[in-house]
Design a protein around this ligand. Sequence first.
Ligand SMILES: N[C@@H](CCC(=O)N[C@@H](CS)C(=O)NCC(=O)O)C(=O)O
Length: 220
Amino acid sequence: MAALKLAIGNKNYSSWSMRPWLALRANDIPFAETLIPLYTDNPADKEQILSFSRAGKVPVLVDGETVVWDSLAIIEYIAECYPEKKLWPDEAAARAHARSVCAEMHSGFVPLRSECGMNLHRPIRPVTLSPDAKANVARIEEIWRECRARYGAKGPFLFGGFGAADAMYAPVVHRLRTYAIDVAPDTKAYMETMMALPAFQQWTREGLAETLVIDRFEDA
Ligand SMILES: N[C@@H](CCC(=O)N[C@@H](CS)C(=O)NCC(=O)O)C(=O)O
């Protein structure tokens, strides 16, 4: 049995869950997953989340007695446990860059995240973005472009091989796709790279197979 356990929310909606799940799956790290439906009327669902972590949020990683909650803390923990997977770049300067873009994602882009929530089964159609959300998209394109220009020779992802930064930005790929957001060709190329990743495809397939609909996350 896998030693690591990861509690996640609905794959269709839970972008924070997707990030550490991808970091594990894309690196072939064995783990058992517990999917807890989010925002249901059944108080037992919230109780189950609380039984993993008193923070009351997913994702939560359990490794024996060690409980790690919050997507970025989980990715850091995985990187420490499996240094050979190279979730962070080898060079200190590149690692600082990767940590900066991960932190920027984790703590920012609120307009884009709130106007374009991840919703895999949403029919693809454009929305009118606020100026702040548009600025978020432009900044994300700038981040990806700079990473690809600096580290592209090492591989097709942001810092070469698939790493922490790619896991953190993966849900943005779904947002750009389902909300039909107009992006530059190099942004599209990175999206294609991500969409070709088997782990990304598995999460997407499993999310699309879910039937639970959360009305407040569905736009008209
Ligand atoms: N900063 C946290 C955010 C976690 C979060 O907001 N998770 C949402 C699902 S994506 C959640 O658990 N919501 C359930 C609830 O609030 O009851 C992280 O990075 O993990």
